[in-house]
Design a protein around this ligand. Structure first.
Ligand code: NAD
Length: 356
């Protein structure tokens, strides 16, 4: 029996409830597929500030680095909103990403047939459905480039610079091709090569690496067109790869067209197999501790962990199918029930486990 060590970062708000759901689902699928897990909880965010005075204790970093993978709930809440910047729970997210060398963010955005009514797009577009994964570069580009203020010709000026090295582009592009291989084998690389030098280097490297992946179809698209295509015809996308800033904007756009924030998982990956898996939503303090949170985004984050960190394709697929099934059965948590009777976090988790 294979055993995987998972660090649990429950965090704040609904974090503990949704991580608990994912743990129960992992244990259930593990029984079915003969996999075992050792879960070790570590403090992060506001709860870490309360217990030890800092949002990202050293023990948490060490625990995550020693684990085979990391599952995170969410951090933050009004209780800590007035603390100085370096003591804010959100600071821990940047800290753990840096400590683990997570340079890739994978965000699937899928329209569940059972949740078509949640999608804000036109009916004929919704009818075609969509299921894509955005691969965003996470540690380079303009968010990390040289920046500052200076006195210019017309007075005060501010500047930010975008720069990408061959190494940074090659490693993210390889992750994207590998991701495409695990899906429908279609990759769209998004850039602004008609204007930016960094984009021209990006495009050149994409086509060099494409030769190593003859089974993956690859196309370039300008970012302005991509923003439009995401709402005109999202069904054309399978895997999308792009730079830090373009990915930041496009992945939020893609998540919005699914219409259901409680459903969307994500993975942040480093060079090796380790990675950090988390829902895209926050700690939802308004519903914390009330058994109202939708656990599906976290449960699907655990499914991504099985696929990307452990290559446990069948177990991952079991979870994805169980989620599909409960939705097809019409089961909903309050965020998707529109006032109709809804399941609580625990009951929704029970139903997912029943359908594994
Ligand atoms: P949020 O995502 O926590 O909540 C937005 C709305 O969506 C709320 O009405 C909430 O109840 C609902 N919601 C979110 N997740 C849900 C779920 N699983 N089930 C049902 N409903 C859900 O965003 P926010 O309100 O802007 O932020 C709240 C706190 O979370 C802030 O402190 C913020 O800094 C933090 N935050 C943390 C992360 C993270 O840990 N990665 C990400 C975003 C925000």
């Amino acid at each position: 029996m294979k055993t995987y060590k998972i660090a649990l970062l429950k965090g704040d708000g609904i974090g503990p409830e949704i991580v608990e759901s994912a743990v129960r689902v992992l244990e259930a699928v593990g029984k079915k597929r003969n996999i075992s897990f050792v879960f070790t909880p570590y403090l992060i965010g506001g709860s870490a500030i309360d217990s030890c005075g800092e949002p990202l204790p050293k023990a948490t970093i060490e625990g995550c680095l020693q684990a085979d993978s990391v599952l995170l709930g969410a951090v933050g809440g009004p209780k800590w909103d007035t603390l100085p910047g370096h003591l804010r729970p959100e600071k821990a997210l940047l800290g753990i990403r840096a400590a683990m060398g997570l340079f890739t963010n994978l965000r699937p955005a899928k329209l569940y047939p059972a949740l078509k009514g949640e999608c804000p797009l036109r009916e004929d577009i919704v009818a075609k459905g969509f299921d894509m994964t955005i691969v965003r570069e996470l540690t380079g580009g303009i968010y990390f480039g040289e920046r500052g203020y200076r006195e210019g010709k017309y007075g005060e000026e501010a500047y930010d610079t975008e720069s990408y090295s061959r190494m940074e582009i090659e490693r993210i592009v390889r992750v994207a091709f590998e991701t495409a291989r695990k899906r429908r084998k279609k990759l769209t690389s998004i850039d602004k090569a008609n204007v930016l030098e960094t984009s021209r280097l990006w495009r050149k490297i994409v086509h060099e690496i494409a030769e190593e992946y003859p089974d993956v179809e690859v196309a370039d698209m300008l970012v302005d067109n991509a923003a439009m295509q995401l709402v005109r015809n999202p069904s054309q996308f399978d895997v999308v790869v792009t730079s830090n800033m373009f990915g930041d904007i496009l992945s939020d756009e893609a998540s919005q067209i699914t219409g259901s924030i409680g459903m969307l998982p994500s993975a942040s990956l480093s060079q090796g197999k380790r990675g950090l898996y988390e829902p895209i939503h926050g700690s939802a303090p308004d519903i914390a501790g009330q058994n109202k949170a939708n656990p599906i985004a976290t449960v699907l984050s655990a499914a991504m962990m099985l696929l990307y960190a452990f290559d446990e394709e069948e177990a991952s697929e079991d979870i994805v199918k169980a989620v599909d099934k409960v939705l097809e059965l019409g089961l909903r948590t309050a965020d998707l029930a529109h006032g109709a009777p809804a399941l609580g976090t625990k009951e929704m988790t029970d139903k997912i486990i029943e359908n594994l």
